[in-house]
Design a protein around this ligand. Structure first.
Ligand code: ATP
Ligand code: MG
Length: 396
């Protein structure tokens, strides 16, 4: 933890603050309040999902120094739900209150080039890549990296700020299209499976992990998460959890961290792990933990920042999570939103509906998620498939 060391755990009754008022902040607030904490949210939107359910809501941007001082005044410790929170804001807060994760770790996660360098330092393989930050760097690119994906080094999410490129001419055009921003070119890998691991690490260095999540993306946005991961051999899953612990530990991380991995076929045909990217906060692929584990990723976020003991979470049910995007609210050919058929999906056993309280549905906007828990993976899958068919969501 950066800033002052926490002499003793912050016990329930204290106030926990979060930078950002989106759905991740809202689920954090719910977990903190369930444990008896008061909460404070920093977000300029008066209708932000987390701000609306928090004890305190500082309605200002995270660059506003007066607002940061106000957050530090009301909150006894501060975390973030938003990846792109400016590192200087975290540093400023850390001078006054315990902040987890710290500014240095967040800065690594915000920048794909720093992130990849960190994976390499930690001894975890990532895709072969080159940093493109000048015409000279562009000209020097090794042709072996093509075909590849050009990604902006900062501010990308949900597949935004990425262009697939086939050859040097395409690469040059793509770099122009991305405004000649600092970028990372990655080799396009033949993905067998995508997975992610959530690790929670305390200021004392203790780290616990959730089971591996298998993720399906559609158009660059997470669509489905399945746990246990149906296509990940146990040894590889264990290796992914260990890699996540090492990645967190080697940057002195405090808080909840999500590491995304690809499984690719190695030269000998055996599947191997490649780290893709990480998020310095709870993650969409970890939402199933609320309903399928005895501790959720948000419970552990609370414990990490409060300096409370961490316990290895236990998966008590198989789970399939379906992301609910705003598209669901729009029938083909209609411009007026309608309410999806919640009644029908809630009639299915094991359904847990989470809606984030966003006032307006928009295409591509994360409105909620629907987790199916089951006694077996087959039970959870069967019900989730029925729900997906009923709502018109992608199959899996
Ligand atoms: P997120 O919403 O997870 O933050 P993002 O926009 O930051 O996404 P990435 O996770 O880097 O982007 O990539 C989005 C998706 O594109 C991946 O989940 C994967 O399906 C695909 N992808 C990314 N990099 C590669 C690669 N090197 N080879 C093959 N596919 C890739
Ligand atoms: Mg990603």
């Amino acid at each position: 933890m950066s800033g002052r060391p926490t002499p003793a755990p912050l016990l329930p009754g204290a106030t926990l603050g979060v930078m950002g008022g989106g759905q991740l902040g809202r689920m954090f607030v719910h977990a903190a309040q369930a444990m008896g904490y008061a909460t404070a949210v920093l977000d300029p939107d008066p209708a932000s999902p987390a701000g609306r359910v928090s004890h305190h809501h500082v309605k200002a941007a995270n660059t506003d120094t007066v607002a940061l001082a106000e957050l530090a005044r009301v909150a006894d410790a501060v975390t973030t739900e938003f990846e792109n929170v400016p590192a200087p804001a975290l540093r400023e807060l850390a001078g006054q209150r315990p902040v987890a994760p710290g500014a240095d770790a967040v800065a690594i996660c915000q920048d794909r080039a720093l992130e990849k360098a960190h994976f390499t330092r930690a001894g975890v393989p990532c895709a072969p890549y080159a940093v493109i930050d000048s015409p000279e760097a562009l000209a020097a690119v090794d042709a072996a990296l093509l075909p590849g994906i050009l990604k902006t080094a900062t501010l990308g999410y949900d597949g935004k700020g990425q262009v697939r490129v086939a050859d040097p001419a395409g690469l040059e055009a793509a770099w122009q299209r991305l405004g000649r921003a600092r970028c990372v070119l990655e080799q396009l890998l033949p993905l067998q499976v995508e997975l992610s691991v959530i690790v929670a690490r305390g200021a004392d260095g203790q780290a616990v992990t959730f089971p591996v999540q298998q993720n399906l993306h559609v158009d660059g946005i997470l669509a489905v998460t399945q746990v246990p991961a149906p296509d990940v051999p146990a040894a590889l899953a264990e290796q992914a959890r260990e890699c996540a612990r090492v990645i967190a530990g080697s940057m002195g991380y405090v808080g909840v961290l999500c590491v995304e991995f690809f499984v690719v076929g190695g030269p000998d045909g055996a599947p191997r792990l490649v780290a893709n990217e990480m998020a310095p906060r709870p993650h969409n692929s970890g939402h199933y933990t609320i309903d399928a584990c005895d501790l959720s990723q948000f419970d552990l976020q609370v414990r990490c920042m409060a300096g409370l003991p961490l316990v290895e979470p236990r998966l008590h049910s198989a789970a399939v999570m379906l992301n609910l995007l705003g598209d669901l609210w729009f029938e083909p050919g209609y411009t007026q939103p309608r309410t999806p058929a919640w009644g029908e999906v809630l009639a299915l056993p094991g359904a847990h509906l989470h809606l984030y309280g966003k006032t307006e549905a928009r295409r591509g906007r994360k409105m909620g998620h629907l987790t199916f828990t089951g006694a077996t993976p087959q039970d959870a899958q069967a019900m989730a498939r029925q729900a997906a068919a009923c709502l018109g969501l992608p199959g899996f």
